[in-house]
Write a protein that binds this ligand. Structure first.
Ligand code: IPM
Ligand code: MG
Length: 374
């Protein structure tokens, strides 16, 4: 699923490397993205779900998403005024396929000139289906919903503003969702001999949702006595990630906080051009670079394909293709270290495809680099 914008550019780059490394797969294309919103009123057509069901996993490029009114304006005239509302297709995919775990490694590869420090190696576990992404939102606030919310004494004062002036987005979190993401973070930490797991929340203000997550995290942590659980508020975490990122290891958070810290963590290791992600469910997964579609660069092959190539590495990990994963990461690491090619974000002027070709050469041992024995 290349998606749209630069999603197509990085997918082409991925294919170069997938072919070079000799990955034995049949590729099936599926429609997703802005184009299908504009022409069909659905950026994630049902046929795409059917196609995905016939595959082992999916690789996704990027899609454009725009706020409600802007999105509605770009609909085909025949679809306007039908009450269609844009809902991000990647967020839909995560929920429809119950891809509960969003894994986002942020590692400083040696030689990357954009590293904030060279000793950063963070892994974010982001709950991927609940919280503020649940899509349970209202504007204006329906009377019935208002009345139900008035069971809570703090609600009354909002009524005074007039329900037509009230917007409501909810943060719904389940014990199961909290337990699942925290357990996966700890299991990962145990498997990879990580030093700590940090829960990123805000239970002093979000008493019920943050409180539930914190209690559940402590329960799960008790099953992993050798790995300390640190608890940090989201605001403080943002500060500490800038001040002492090297002291953190595995981070775990609900959906929105995980979204925020994963971009922050990516910024410490070169930005979104280096940030990979995996949306993992019980038996299916969708792999996607963290970056968006940057429509203004579409088709220019300007964007850094490394995020996408590291995403392919995550796909190999998940498929149990350990050897391919290791070879690919080594090749990416060598290309970053070597600095013979690079895209504009690292101050160079190669295209996305040239960077991919260099990784492909490296992976097949055909690199022209000197002074390296293979
Ligand atoms: C991400 C992105 C998405 C998100 C957007 C594109 C809906 O920011 O994958 O982090 O908010 O989850
Ligand atoms: Mg994000």
């Amino acid at each position: 699923m290349p998606g749209d914008g630069t999603g197509q550019d990085v997918m082409e780059a991925a294919r170069i490397v997938l072919d070079a490394i000799g990955f034995d797969a049949e590729y099936v294309a599926a429609d997703i993205g802005w184009e299908f919103w504009c022409t069909e009123g659905d950026p994630l057509p049902p046929r795409t779900i059917e196609v995905l069901k016939s595959t082992d996993c999916a690789l996704f490029g990027a899609i454009t998403s725009k706020p409600t009114e802007e999105a509605a304006r770009e609909l085909d005239p025949s679809l306007q005024d039908k009450g269609l509302v844009y809902f991000s297709p990647i967020v839909q995919l995560r929920q429809l396929l119950d891809l509960h775990t969003n894994l986002r490694p942020c590692k400083a590869y040696p030689g990357n000139p954009l590293n904030f420090r060279d000793d950063i190696d963070l892994v974010v576990f982001r709950e991927n289906t609940e919280g503020m992404y649940g899509g349970v939102e209202f504007y204006p606030l329906p009377k019935k919903v208002f009345e139900a919310l008035c069971e809570h004494p703090r609600m009354a004062r909002f009524g005074e503003k007039g329900l037509e002036n009230i917007a409501l987005s909810t943060r719904i979190m389940s014990r199961q969702g909290c337990e699942s993401i925290v357990r996966r973070a700890f299991e990962y930490a145990a498997r990879h001999r990580r030093r700590s797991v940090t829960l990123v929340e805000k239970p002093n203000v979000l008493r019920e949702t943050g409180g539930l997550m914190t209690r559940v995290a402590r329960e799960v942590a008790a099953d992993f006595p050798e790995i300390p659980l640190w608890e940090t508020n989201i605001d403080a975490m943002c500060m500490w990630l800038v001040r002492k990122p090297q002291e953190y290891d595995v981070l775990v958070a609900e959906n929105m906080f995980g979204d925020i810290i994963s971009d922050l963590a990516a910024g410490l290791v070169g930005g979104l051009g280096f940030a990979s992600a995996a949306n993992i469910g019980d038996d299916y997964a969708v792999f996607e670079p963290t970056h968006g579609s940057a429509p203004k660069y579409a088709g220019q092959y300007k964007v850094n394909p490394i995020a996408m190539l590291l995403t392919v590495k995550l796909m190999f990990d998940w498929l149990g293709e350990e050897e391919l994963a290791r070879r690919l990461e080594d090749a990416i690491g060598a290309v970053i270290r070597d600095r013979r090619v690079g895209t504009y974000d690292v101050g160079m002027s190669n295209t996305s495809l040239e960077v991919a070709q260099e990784v492909a050469r490296e992976v097949t041992g055909r690199s022209q680099r000197t002074g390296v024995t293979k």
